[in-house]
Each structure stands twice: as C-alpha cells, then as structure tokens.
Design a protein around this ligand. Structure first.
Ligand code: NDP
Length: 322
C-alpha cells in the first residue's frame, strides 16, 4: 500500500511517498481502508521532532473509511461499515490497522470527509469549551487562530455555550471567515497589540478564559488579557513551544489559572470517546455545526499540505485523499 513516511525529522521534504505491506489486523484490531485522512497541526510536531516519535514513522492521527477486514475477536463490527478514529498513529496511508475500541461509526447523513474533518479538531473544541474551562452564558472568551481548524469549530461551540467570542487572525480574509462562524470581535494580531485591544473591547475588564494554541508568540499577551482568576488554556504550539515560566507569574497577573491539556486525556475511556464523538456528529448532521474543508490534497502531496499549513495559508480543515 502507498504510505507517507519519514526516516528523519525535519521540514516538509522529509515526507516521502513509499510502499509498505498492507497490515494484517491483529486480534482486537480492524483493517480500515481510508477514504479521507485528517491533517492536524500535531502531525507537523511529529515531523519536526518537537514531539519525538520512533523512526521510521508514518504520520497522521485521524482517518475515516470503510472496514475491510476484522481481526480475531472483533464481533461487534462488520466488513463494509463506515468508521472514523483519532489519536492512532499511521493515518497517512491507504490502510490502517486500528483497535476496534477506538473506532466510531459514521452516521448516515455524514460523509467520510466530514467525519475525518471534524473528529479530532471537533472533540478538541468540545472538551475545551465543556470541560477544561466550561463556558457559562455571558462569559467573554478569547480564541487565537480563529480561522484555523480548531478555531472555527471552537468559535461555533463557544457561541452555543452562550459566550461573547473574541478571536485573533493574521489577515482580513481570515477575519471575515471567523466572523461568519460566530466571532463577535476579530483582532488582526499581526497588526494590533491584541492584549491592548482585548482590554479595550472588554472595558478594561479582560476575558474569563483564553484558548491559546499559538504558544510562544502569544503566551505573555494572553495572560495580560485575563480577568483576575481567569483561565489560561495553553493547548498548542503553532508558533513554537511556550518557554518555562515561574508560577509566581500567575499570581502577579491576577491569581490566574493555567492548564496545558491534551485531547488524549479527555477521551481516555470508550464512553468519553463515544459521548464526545456522538455529540459532534449529531451537530453536523443536524446542521448546528459547520465543518469547513479546504480543497483536499492527494496523499502524495502531504508535504505541500504541511507547507501550506505552516505558512498560515490555510483555513479550516485539511484532508488527504488516498
Ligand atoms: P490551524 O488550522 O489552527 O493552523 C494553525 C494556525 O495557527 C495558523 O493557520 C495560523 O493562523 C496560526 N499561527 C499563529 N502563529 C503561527 C506560526 N508562527 N506558524 C504557523 N501558524 C501560526 O491548526 P489546527 O486546527 O490543526 O491546530 C490548531 C492548534 O491546536 C495547534 O497548535 C494544535 O497543536 C492544537 N491542538 C491541540 C490539541 C490538544 O488537545 N492539545 C488537539 C488539536 C489541536 P493565523 O494565520 O490566523 O495566525
């Protein structure tokens, strides 16, 4: 089968199209023939070595497709069912062998592409808004990279929770998309000091929570946007990792709360995975949540997709089609 693999970490050029044997599902696994593969920013962290992985490595943590073969002991699924999964390595491939208990069924009324586009980023937006900092009606929250994959979904979900949403984006075209997805205020953080602007927009009060996936370049400014005892949710490193800081910094900026969450810990059990996935899928099928899919890329063009993502050229979700 065709896969994208890297044998050393580095820039997008290390992503190489190659042939590997199609896996045989081991006991408890299911062989999935991918029809759509989700690209996520974490794939770039694996590629660069920011998050170390064993080499050689087939990247990708999210896929959707059709069950091709059942491993021994799998009795509750059948060949031909449409399924999706997240947080399993090796998705940049035509096939993947996935533990049966990590799969979710794709409902009628949802395409495979929608499933691969919403599952990882959507469950992230869900746990951030419902669990990490449970947004209350009337809260004001700041969401960085508001036109990105997570950003567009988190903005819509924060609005469902009753928040006033302020987002940041780099260019006017992204600002427009962010507004269309529910942002009340959009700040071009490439042109304006976003912390000053947030203070102005909140009458000097600050926001209840900041959802910061940009990391290094926004960390300090994000702390300056918060109300006393506000919640700083640092959940990504698109601009680089947040450097170490002293806990006393949080006291000096208003007894702030700080957390660095990861999706894996919010879907640890099968019931947590199903609860979040089912909620999301229902929202999409019922038209309550819109998933924005960029023009898709062929599997062989994974390197170009990474280039575009890291150059901040993209909005919404990027998919690879095998
Ligand atoms: P996005 O589509 O949001 O792409 C990243 C965006 O970050 C860019 O489009 C860009 O938006 C912004 N950005 C700001 N500074 C930079 C920079 N120096 N280089 C590149 N991009 C920059 O990606 P995803 O939706 O896939 O992921 C968003 C973030 O969420 C990532 O940091 C990812 O790691 C994190 N994440 C964390 C999870 C968790 O559980 N902790 C799970 C899923 C995602 P703009 O041009 O508007 O500035």
């Amino acid at each position: 089968m065709k896969v994208i693999q890297f044998t050393q970490t580095g820039g997008p050029d290390v992503l190489t199209l190659t042939d590997l044997p199609t896996p045989s599902p081991k006991a408890g696994d299911v062989l999935v023939r991918h029809t759509a593969i989700g690209i996520n920013y974490i794939d770039t962290y694996h590629r660069t070595g920011l998050y170390p992985v064993p080499l050689p490595y087939v990247p990708g943590s999210e896929g959707a497709g059709v069950i091709e073969k059942l491993g021994e002991g799998v009795t509750d699924l059948t060949v031909g069912q449409r399924v999706a999964y997240v947080m399993q390595p090796g998705a940049y491939a035509e096939y993947s062998s996935v533990p049966a208990d990590k799969l979710v069924l794709i409902p009628d009324g949802m395409t495979d592409q929608q499933a691969a586009a919403v599952l990882l980023q959507g469950m992230t937006a869900h746990y951030l808004a419902f669990t990490t900092y449970p947004i209350r009606p009337g809260d004001t929250v700041l969401i960085h990279a508001g036109a990105g994959g997570v950003g567009l979904l988190l903005t819509q979900i924060a609005r469902m929770r009753g928040a006033r949403v302020i987002t940041t984006v780099s260019i006017e075209e992204k600002a427009q998309l962010s507004r269309e997805n529910g942002a009340d205020e959009v700040i071009l953080y490439t042109q304006t000091d976003f912390a000053d602007e947030v203070k102005r927009l909140t009458g000097g009060q600050g926001v209840h929570a900041v959802y910061d996936s940009v990391g290094k370049t926004t960390f300090e400014g994000s702390l300056n946007c918060l109300k006393p005892v506000g919640m700083m949710v640092s959940f990504g490193n698109a601009s680089g990792a947040v450097p170490p800081f002293a806990p006393a910094l949080l006291a000096s900026k208003g007894s702030l709360m700080f957390t660095r969450p990861s999706l894996a810990h919010y879907i640890l059990t099968r019931s947590a995975l199903l609860e979040r996935a089912t909620t999301l899928f229902n929202w999409v099928v019922e038209g309550k949540l819109t998933v924005h899919i960029q023009p898709t890329y062929a599997l062989a063009d994974a390197a170009q997709a990474h280039r575009d993502l890291e150059a901040r050229k993209t909005t919404g979700k990027l998919l690879l089609i095998p």
